[in-house]
Design a protein around this ligand. Structure first.
Ligand SMILES: NC(=O)c1ccc[n+]([C@@H]2O[C@H](COP(=O)([O-])OP(=O)(O)OC[C@H]3O[C@@H](n4cnc5c(N)ncnc54)[C@H](OP(=O)(O)O)[C@@H]3O)[C@@H](O)[C@H]2O)c1
Length: 215
């Protein structure tokens, strides 16, 4: 059992990850700028996963064993910089996508460091930063009966941290971890989220990523 903190955990992405990991037997601290809002969100999730999830401030969530960043890109840097000391030495998972709307489509933003994960890694030099969970449709994640069967592509330069995240994802129902490789690939992984969302808008679908040919 791992204690997982989620920064910005009150949004759809954080709630979805919380449900899947709680269903895998982990304890979740759902973080928020407003602990009361987190408590309300955690209370709603308790109907699905019991008392495995509780609400707290982002600062408290940052004290968990593993911390997931589930904030919008625009607020990610300010959020992680404020928690740098608590996050030192820890595995920090970024699921952040930097995307913009372009008419009916989503397009990836071009970031100076190539990916949001790389920016998080640069802002948290003492943390073990890994990218994962980027492509998952949040509503299907939160609904354990949705039939979601999706791959989770795991990227980052710290191979041991990457493998720890793979082990964590293995425990989550409906998710198959795929260890990809180094941080240089994070931009490609994140940018593909724009493809996934645009496909889902166009086809009114809930498609997720599943690689073929893997054992
Ligand atoms: N939605 C998806 O299907 C999905 C799937 C995979 C990855 N992602 C990625 O996951 C991240 C979160 O997605 P989301 O859809 O859950 O986003 P969201 O609902 O817009 O935001 C998530 C949470 O972030 C916090 N937040 C919002 N603005 C903030 C600010 N200015 N400063 C600090 N915290 C702020 C809020 O929590 P509090 O107000 O409680 O603090 C909010 O509930 C994004 O980077 C997205 O690209 C999303």
């Amino acid at each position: 059992m791992t204690v997982v903190g989620i920064l910005g955990g009150t949004g759809p992405a954080g709630r979805g990850v919380a449900v899947r990991l709680a269903a895998g037997g982990h304890r979740i601290i759902l973080g928020s700028r407003d602990p009361e809002r987190a408590g309300t969100a955690a209370g709603a999730l308790a109907q699905v996963v019991g008392d495995f999830v509780r609400g707290a401030s982002n600062a408290e969530a940052a004290h968990a064993d593993i911390v997931v960043i589930a904030t919008p890109w625009e607020s990610t840097m300010v959020t992680v910089r404020g928690l740098r000391e608590s996050l030192a030495g820890k595995i920090v998972i970024s699921m952040v996508n930097a995307l913009a709307k372009d008419g009916p489509e989503l397009v990836p933003l071009t970031l100076p460091r190539g990916s949001a994960t790389a920016h998080v890694a640069a802002a948290l030099p003492a943390s073990r930063v890994v990218g994962a969970f980027h492509h998952l449709p949040a509503a299907q994640m939160e609904d354990l009966a949705s039939g979601l069967e999706s791959d989770v592509l795991v990227v980052g330069d710290d191979a041991a941290a990457r493998r720890a995240v793979v082990e964590l994802v293995y425990t989550a129902p409906g998710l198959r971890p795929v260890e990809v490789g180094g941080l240089a690939l994070a931009g490609a992984v994140e940018a593909f989220t724009a493809v996934c969302i645009t496909v889902n808008i166009r086809h009114r679908a809930h498609a997720a990523v599943r690689l073929t040919g893997l054992e």
